[in-house]
Design a protein around this ligand. Structure first.
Ligand code: PAF
Length: 279
């Protein structure tokens, strides 16, 4: 069942007995999304999926314009996965008037990925807050692939008392390790080959985990340096070891959990990836 307005969504949502799990997406669904939906189905009586390409979280108009929109195929994926309700609103439905009030993600939204994409996390958190208010789920499912987004959504829910359980779902990878993303479809075979350096760098870093944070970064960096010399080249934005809850880079000698996160561009496509580690 696909609905396009908030009024239809609310009416259908009210009629769902039992618990509701929510999977917010921007569409172009792939196996990573299927994994989110399957995990959500196991946890609740019904799953609601939103498909909305949120203009507020895009810095560049060109990136927003070229973001894949595949609603028919997305609806088919949701039907096959037993989703109760797909909410696919227009931009005017979500933003019927200019916002006076929106979510500020503060310092957490300005560091690491936020430094490369100013305003991105405020836009993301604002639409997630709006979608939570529209869907009113009991639980919501987010991919570990967007680790900083996950950390910020957890703080959004904790700091603003949404009373929604946030569940993280591990990243789904292709057999060679490449993390699934809706943007992968833009990569030429040569660009994909260069982009594989992101996951290879993370795996190289993980090999050094017993030697501490500095050794992890030192093991990952050469893989990225090599890709920076390839044709087409990787243009690295960052390689960082961050606290998974705050995304602050960890201090040398850090003990406990950390996320090794990497981002860069190949051609016109921006790629991100990360691995959770324990020191
Ligand atoms: O991860 C995404 O696809 C988006 O950032 C989200 C959570 C659907 C908000 O637009």
């Amino acid at each position: 069942m696909i609905v396009h307005t908030v009024a239809e969504l609310r009416a259908r949502r009210r009629a769902l007995p039992g618990s509701v799990a929510f999977v917010p997406t921007m569409g172009a669904l792939h196996d990573g999304h299927r994994e989110l939906i399957r995990t959500a189905r196991e946890a609740a009586d019904h799953v609601v999926v939103s498909v909305f390409v949120n203009p507020l979280q895009f810095g560049e108009q060109a990136d927003l314009d070229r973001y894949p929109r595949t609603l028919e195929a997305d609806a088919a994926v949701c039907a096959a996965e037993g989703v109760a309700l797909v909410f696919a609103p227009s931009v005017d439905e979500v933003y019927p008037r200019p916002l006076e009030v929106s979510v500020s993600t503060g310092r957490m939204g300005e560091i690491v990925e936020g430094a490369a994409r100013p305003g991105h996390f405020d836009g993301m958190a604002t639409v997630v807050a709006k979608l939570f208010g529209m869907v009113r789920p009991d639980l919501a499912f987010f991919g570990q692939k967007d680790a900083q987004q996950l950390a910020i959504v957890r703080r959004l829910v904790a700091d603003l008392d949404f009373g929604i359980e946030i569940v993280a779902v591990p990243t789904v990878r292709e057999p060679d390790g490449f993390a699934l993303s809706s943007r992968n479809r833009f990569l030429s075979p040569e660009e994909r080959k260069t982009g594989l350096a992101l996951s290879r760098a993370l795996f190289a870093g993980r090999e050094a985990v017993s030697e501490g944070p500095e050794a992890v970064l030192a093991a990952a960096q050469p893989v990225l340096d090599e890709a920076a010399k390839a044709e087409p080249a990787l243009r690295l934005d960052y390689l960082v070891l961050a606290d998974p809850a705050t995304f602050t880079p960890v201090a040398p000698g850090h003990r406990g959990p950390a996320v090794l996160a990497v981002a860069g561009r190949v051609g016109a496509t921006r790629l991100i990836d990360n691995l959770p580690l324990e020191f």
